[in-house]
Design a protein around this ligand. Structure first.
Ligand code: SF4
Ligand code: SF4
Ligand code: SF4
Length: 298
C-alpha cells in the first residue's frame, strides 16, 4: 500500500520568517549541496536588496528582503523563496510523461531522464518555481528537490541544517501544530495565519510572518489544489500544443525504451548473482516506485 497521499506524515519545512536574520546561510548551503554555479549579480539589484534578482537554474532558494517601520524603528522582514512541495502539485499533474513525482516522504522531485522538455510544469506552477536551463545546449528543468537524496537517508535538507534560527523540519501535521502553538503563544509577534496549511491545496513549506504575505512578495494563490484549475486551463490550450506534447511523449518513449531494455537485461544478469536480502530490498524499492507511478496515474 502506498503512503504517497498521507500528507500529514510528509516531511515539511516550518519557516518562521520572524526568526530569520537574513544571513543567507540557506542560500549558500543549497548552492554547495546541489553543486550550483555562482551567478553574476549586482549588489542592490532590485527592490528590497534582492540578490540574485530571481530564482534560476543556478539558484533554487533565495532570501527576499523588505524594510519597513514599526514603532518608529526601521525593521527588516525576510521571505525564503523555494519550491513549496505542494501536496497536490500542479507540476506533477500536468507533466505528460510523469517526470515530476510527489514522493511519499514529501518532496516533489523531477526525473531528468524522463523529461521531454515541454515546459508545461513551468506554466502550471503557481509559484513560478521550475526554471529552464537556458544556458545549456540540451536544457532540462531545474528546481529545489527538497534535498530528497538526504531526506531518504534520514537527514535534513541542507538549508535546514545550516539555518541557525528560522527553519524547523518534521512531519507536516506536527509543523502545523507547532505553527499554531506559536501563533497563540505570541499573538503580537505574528500575522494570525499559517501560510501553506491550505494554500494551493496545502504545501510542505509552511510559513509564519509578521507582515502581510503580499507585502513580502508571496504570490497570490487559491486555497483549492491547483491541478483542478490546471486541467481546466489546459483544455483551452490549442490542440497543436497538446499534439506537440503527445508527439514529444512518443519520441521520449522510444528514446527511453532502448535504455529500459538495456537496464532490464543488466538487472536480470545482476539478479542471478544477487544475495537474497539484496533481492528483497530491491523488490521493496520496485514496489514503492510502482506505487508512486500508480498514484500518479490515478
Ligand atoms: S511549488 Fe511549483 S514546482 Fe514546487 S511542487 Fe508546487 S507546483 Fe510543483
Ligand atoms: S531543500 Fe535542498 S534543494 Fe531545496 S532549497 Fe533547501 S537546500 Fe536547496
Ligand atoms: S539560514 Fe535561516 S536565518 Fe539565515 S537567511 Fe536562511 S532562513 Fe534566514
Amino acid at each position: 500500500m502506498s503512503t504517497v497521499n498521507d500528507f500529514g506524515k510528509n516531511k515539511a519545512f516550518l519557516i518562521d520568517m520572524t526568526k530569520c536574520t537574513g544571513c543567507r546561510g540557506c542560500q549558500v548551503a543549497c548552492k554547495q549541496w546541489n553543486q550550483l554555479e555562482a551567478e553574476n549579480t549586482e549588489f542592490f539589484s532590485g527592490e528590497g536588496y534582492e540578490n540574485p534578482p530571481a530564482m534560476s537554474e543556478f539558484t533554487f532558494t533565495r532570501i527576499k528582503f523588505r524594510d519597513y517601520e514599526r514603532n518608529g524603528q526601521s525593521e527588516f522582514a525576510f521571505y525564503k523563496e523555494m519550491c513549496m512541495h505542494c501536496n497536490d502539485a500542479a507540476c506533477v499533474s500536468v507533466c505528460p510523461v510523469a517526470a515530476f513525482v510527489k514522493t511519499p516522504e514529501g518532496p516533489v522531485i523531477y526525473k531528468t531522464k524522463t523529461c521531454i522538455g515541454c515546459r508545461f510544469c513551468m506554466i502550471a506552477c503557481p509559484f513560478g518555481v521550475p526554471k529552464y536551463e537556458w544556458s545549456k545546449a540540451f536544457p532540462l528543468v531545474r528546481k529545489c528537490t527538497g534535498c530528497y537524496s538526504r531526506v531518504k537517508e534520514g537527514l535534513k535538507p541542507a538549508c535546514v541544517t545550516t539555518c541557525p534560527t528560522a527553519i524547523t523540519y518534521g512531519p507536516r501535521e506536527e509543523m502545523i501544530k507547532e505553527a499554531e502553538r506559536r501563533l497563540s503563544a505570541y499573538p503580537d509577534r505574528y500575522l494570525p495565519k499559517v501560510y501553506g496549511k491550505d494554500e494551493a491545496g496545502g504545501t510542505c513549506v509552511i510559513y509564519l510572518t509578521a507582515l502581510p504575505f503580499d507585502e513580502l512578495g508571496f504570490k497570490p494563490v487559491t486555497m483549492r489544489a491547483l491541478p483542478s484549475y490546471t486541467w481546466q486551463a489546459l483544455r483551452l490550450v490549442p490542440g497543436i500544443f497538446i499534439g506537440v506534447g503527445a508527439t514529444l511523449s512518443a519520441i521520449s518513449w522510444f528514446q527511453h525504451r532502448k535504455e529500459r531494455v538495456q537496464n532490464e537485461q543488466a538487472g536480470m544478469l545482476s539478479a542471478m548473482f544477487q544475495h537474497p536480502r539484496e533481492q528483497e530490498s530491491q523488490a521493496q524499492e520496485d514496489q514503492t516506485s510502482q506505487d508512486v507511478k500508480e498514484d500518479q496515474r490515478s
